[in-house]
Design a protein around this ligand. Structure first.
Ligand code: IPD
Ligand code: CA
Ligand code: CA
Length: 252
């Protein structure tokens, strides 16, 4: 039986997804520009909606979001939210982005939802319970030969991590069937969980990008390896289907 928090997470992600879908391909207000990233007004507006929806059911809970946090650190339950994962895609009219919501109880993730409002794909996982895509149980892929694998390398926004990802790309591209660059870490993890991708690797990624996706991958038979950069917040991450041996990919 899925836990109660999952229904709030689903309802919240669907509402935020409708909101983002309605604003896709409209006039986007850019709030901040970086060499390799963008922030838009909708990042904040979507997070405000998500916070209101969670607090309506659970006013005493803590929420850590990419666009700011709220509530007490002493709360046993903490929601971890990326209101729009794939902001650059969204801004450029590329229809590949999502909402990611995870629920942690004393630091352990017990529910996770990733929603792609364009394809209307809802990935869910809960403890206990099976990981699902639109209500159907999902499993990671079985592929064990690197030569047959398709995976994603994420490019974070700093010079140093871009350089490391580029080195990894040159190392992996001759060995695998295809490398992809997608622009949404949460969807990359959801795709590993449902067997579309065999691996996903990113040098520097934040907790809100990965909290829901890690639960999905682990419950679907995949394997997650992380190395903390800032304890509890920023990580290097490798996700595989559980069959592929990518031990030679390390983070230093
Ligand atoms: C980004 C996306 C991207 C990943 C970046 C993230 P955002 O999140 O997940 O795929 O490579 O590291 O920051 O900024 O679109 O929420
Ligand atoms: Ca993100
Ligand atoms: Ca975001």
């Amino acid at each position: 039986m899925p836990n109660d928090f999952l229904s709030t997470a689903i309802e919240t992600a669907l509402e935020a997804g409708d909101f983002l879908r309605r604003h896709f391909e409209t006039d986007i207000k850019i709030s901040e520009k970086f060499s390799h990233d963008i922030k838009i007004e909708l990042d904040n507006l979507a997070q405000e909606k998500i916070i209101a929806s969670i607090l309506k059911d659970y006013p005493e809970h803590q929420i850590i979001g990419e666009e700011g946090s709220i509530g007490s650190k002493d709360s046993e339950i903490c929601w971890i939210v990326d209101p729009l994962d794939g902001t650059v895609n969204f801004t450029y009219g590329i229809p590949h982005f999502c909402i990611s919501i995870a629920v942690q109880k004393r630091g352990k993730t017990i529910a996770g939802v990733i929603y792609d409002p364009i394809r209307e794909e809802l990935f869910t996982a809960s403890e206990p319970g099976y990981p699902k895509l639109n209500g159907k149980v999902i499993k990671s892929s079985q592929r064990s030969f690197l030569s047959e694998s398709v995976g994603v390398i994420g490019f974070s926004r700093t010079k140093e991590t871009i350089a490391k990802a580029t080195d990894l790309f040159f190392n992996l591209v001759p060995k695998v069937r295809k490398i992809r660059f997608t622009g949404s870490a949460a969807l990359d993890l959801a795709y590993v969980a449902c067997g579309r991708l065999d691996f996903y690797i990113e040098q520097q990624i934040q907790i809100w990008d990965i909290a829901a996706g890690i639960l999905l991958v682990e419950k679907s038979g995949g394997k997650i390896t992380t190395k903390p950069i800032i304890e509890g917040k920023t990580f290097s991450l490798k996700a595989t289907n559980g069959s592929l041996n990518l031990d030679f990919v390390t983070f230093d």
